[in-house]
Every structure is written in structure tokens, then in C-alpha cells.
Design a protein around this ligand. Sequence first.
Ligand code: FAD
Ligand code: PHB
Length: 400
Amino acid sequence: MATLHTKVGIIGAGPAGLLLSHLLHLEGIESIVIEVQTRQYVEERNRAGVLEQGTVDLLNASGVGERLRREGLIHHGIELRFNRQGHRIDMHELTGGRAITVYAQHEVVKDLVHARLRDGGQILFEASQVSIHDFEGDSPRIRFERHGEPSEVACDFIGGCDGFHGICRPSIPAGALRFYEKTYPFGWLGITAEAVPASHELIYSNHERGFALLSMRSPIITRAYLQCRPDEDLAAWPDERIWEELDRRFETCGGFRLNRGPVDQKGVTPMRSFVTEPMQYGRLFLAGDAAHIVPPTGAKGLNLAVADVRILARALSAWYGTGSEQLLKQYSDICLRRVWRAQHFSWWMTSMLHRFEGGDGFDHRRQLAELDQVTTLRAAAVTLAENYTGLPFDLPGETL
Ligand code: FAD
Ligand code: PHB
């Protein structure tokens, strides 16, 4: 069996794994990324679209923001729509100048893959039978097959960046971790369409028929989501039905309508909140969706993955630079503080905006009161804007 040697073995070439590898490279620390999918697959997988200010700042500062600066759409506000009226949350004004950038996750992935390969980094796509070993001790190993050949990576640390369905988290002995989970009785049906977005800013709409979100991928590509059943059958949703349902859920007294165009992609995503504690076992460090999932209503998943690996890269750099284990030991606690804040925000946005079945209408009335408060009481609007644009990387009380 061929054995490769590196300092950090990283499982998964999503945003977490690729950015970790890139940040380590900038610190002079070698890594190898192992990915089950093809390069084309990871570069085309359409998922998140909203980058927090701090995420954009980190991508820029680490030298992978050139296309992002050219093509990213900077948004200073979002709209909350309810009772058939729109209410703008001016995030820029409410936060003293912060903004979000709409730039697709797969574009971030493309930029990172390009940078890693340009800098001589190793990303082993199309690996199969990936397994991790000996991470309780000082010499972890990763085994996998590629093109039918068994291979092994010997390393000092493993970055478990293989998403929610990966193998890293389940490889940790039962009983060493605690899981917190909440599933929601709905999912999102998402489409990408060749149509000019009907609004310059994102619209989050609370409607009796269910939540809807209008987003975009570029000035000519619309991305939109409808609340649906978690197991919704896509076959029951021809394009015409999707557009009609979107128009109903975004309707205003002023006669708002979406621009329609050919639908390129359609998918259903179930919604869940999930946290693993701690995010470390021995020399295996979990990051991103491998450790936690948030419902997408707060647009936090990708941003949390970035925040995790920023801390992990710094902790590994301290270990290699000075031999200090302090930050590595604090990794899980530092990340989890931000993770739980994002969990709360994502749950709050989800519960304020979605339709919950049953009841006597009390919950809907309560939601409208909450939306009324968020759109009229400055303190409530500031809370939303601060969380949506992203908490500072270094939360108060941290010793970084
Ligand atoms: P992933 O992107 O899942 O990457 C994990 C990688 O590991 C994948 O490439 C996978 O193929 C690979 N892998 C899996 N198993 C193995 C294995 N055994 N061996 C090797 N490799 C493996 N977040 C936001 O911040 N803002 C948004 O607006 C937003 N919108 C979203 C909309 C939707 C519809 C969805 C589904 C998600 C959204 N998210 C959003 C969440 C965001 O997409 C995720 O949080 C993000 O992808 C996490 O990155 P990651 O690198 O941790 O995991
Ligand atoms: C997206 O554009 O895909 C998107 C935007 C905002 C969200 C979730 C997804 O809250």
C-alpha cells in the first residue's frame, strides 16, 4: 500500500476542508485533502449564497477574494414581507456600516480549489472507502482507495471536514460525544432559474401558505425557495406550479410578481438543527457541517464552517510554531460558543417566518407581532442585523 506523509490530513473538499488547507499553506503547514466526489461535482454543487462580512474579509485577506470582489453582490439590506407588505431592514445603517455579499458557495469552492492547485497543494478527488485510524494517539492515519489502489496518509492531525453525512464524526467511539438535535416538520424546495431577480435585495416572506425566500446568484439568475414537506415529491412540482406558488407567497397589495425563466436546478432540503459536543476527539478535529447543522433561514452554515477553520488553522499554527497546545485544547469551546449563537439565530428566524401546522392560529398571530416588532423597534432590528451580517470573529471574553 502506498503511504503518503503530511502534517494535516483533511477529509472533505467542501468550503471547510479547502479553506483549512489554504490557511495552513499560508502558515507554511503542509496538508492533503481527500474527497469522495469529482472536482466537477464539488465545483458545481449549488448550496449557500450569503457570505457574512467577516467571511468576505477573511477570503480577501487570505488572497482568494479577487473574483469575489469583482462578481460578488454587496447587499446593505434585506426585506421581511408579511401581511402583503414589504419592510426593509437596513443592515448597513443598523450595524454601523456592515453588509453581506451574495456569492455562491460553489464559486468560493472553485476559487479555493484553484488556489490550492496553483500553490502545489494536493487534493485527492474520487477517493473511496475512506476511513480514519489511530487518532487517539500521535500518529493518525487515513486509508482510502483511488483508481482501485489502496493508499494511506500518515499525518499529525486529521481535519474532519466531511459534512453532515461524512465518516469522521461516526468514527469517534460511542459515548465520547454528545449530540443535540432538532428536526423541523418542513423542508425547502429550491430552484435556480435564468430570470432577472425581481428584487435587488433578498426577500424573506411569511405567508399563510408557507415561507418563501427570494434570492439570487447574479444580476440575471434568480434563486428561490418555498417551504414544503420534508419528503416533498419533486415530480409533483412542474415549473409552472412552482412559479405560481412563489407568486402567491410573495404577493403584495402593489401587485408584485416574479420574473420567470427556464428552471435549471430543483431540489428539496430537509431542515434540522444539530450540534456535536465536543468538536474534537484526540487528534481528530471536526469542522463545519461535520460538527453542526443549522436550518438555512439565517444563512449561517457556510459562515460557521469558515469560522471553525479559521480557529483551527490558528491553533495548528500555534502548535507547529511554538509547541503550545493551548489553542487546540480551546478549539471546541471557542467554536461552540459561536455555533450556539448561530443556532439560536437560525432557529429564531425559522420559527418567525415558517408556517407551523395545527393550532388555532395563535402561532401565526404571534409571528406577525414579532415581525411587527422587528420592523418597527430599532433595538429588535439591530439584533437581527448584527446577527445576520455576522458576529465579530472574536467574541467578547475570548482570549485570542
Ligand atoms: P460540505 O460542503 O458538505 O463539504 C463536505 C465535503 O466532504 C463534500 O465535498 C463531500 O463530498 C465530502 N465528503 C463526504 N464524505 C466524505 C468521505 N467519506 N470522504 C471524503 N470526503 C467526503 N450556509 C450559509 O452560510 N448561507 C446560506 O445562504 C446557506 N444556504 C444553504 C442553502 C441550502 C439549500 C443548503 C443545503 C445549505 C445552505 N447553507 C448555507 C449551508 C452550507 O451549504 C453548508 O453549511 C456548507 O456546505 C458547509 O461546508 P462544509 O465544508 O462543512 O461541508
Ligand atoms: C441562497 O441564496 O441560497 C440563500 C440565501 C439566504 C438564505 C438561505 C439561502 O437564508
